[in-house]
Write a protein that binds this ligand. Sequence first.
Ligand SMILES: N[C@@H](CCC(=O)N[C@@H](CS)C(=O)NCC(=O)O)C(=O)O
Length: 198
Amino acid sequence: MKLYVTPGSPYARMARIVVIEKGLEKRVEVIVAKTRTENSPYYAINPSGRVPYLVRDDQVGMEESALICAYLDELDGQPRLQVNTLEAKRLEALARSMLDGLAVWGRERARPENERSPTVLAHEADRAMRLAEAWEREVANPVMHGPFNRVQLTLGCALGMEARNPHFHWRPRHPALCAWYEPIAARASFAATAPPRP
Ligand SMILES: N[C@@H](CCC(=O)N[C@@H](CS)C(=O)NCC(=O)O)C(=O)O
């Protein structure tokens, strides 16, 4: 199988982490794609141009990090990252909401300076801080502890965006979140996929 990624994408990082967590390194070739480039050869592989993108052994391609993570997790018939309760799914949605906002913020910051919208930048900065505040409480939930799961994966990748965005200061005033994140960031799969600083 081939997994197309970019080094800085938190969505692609989720899939890369699952590859490592599930010991699939020999079955999944990780390939860096050229996104956001006119006429990129990658567009012939994935017409949306987004990452992550998994080309399965049967040559069928799949988009969407959550789906790719679930597919990789189920390959050995023993999924262990899935969550099934509504409570866990509520938290997954909350983590995904934070990640989506951070991706919008990062995308806006990546535009040429004269094209950046101060309104969007301020809106996403505020959203990220409100969500960090919410997670300071939610992180006590049992779903966020115990066996590693896709909710922890999503929140861990969201918080890891601090490496990409120097304005994403989620640590001050959030000691519980800091304590929660420390062992997650120390996992071999997180360390091996740490996003490069811009
Ligand atoms: N909902 C998608 C989001 C994927 C996404 O937005 N990926 C970004 C990188 S963080 C991308 O590939 N952007 C390239 C582009 O927009 O052309 C997922 O979860 O996989």
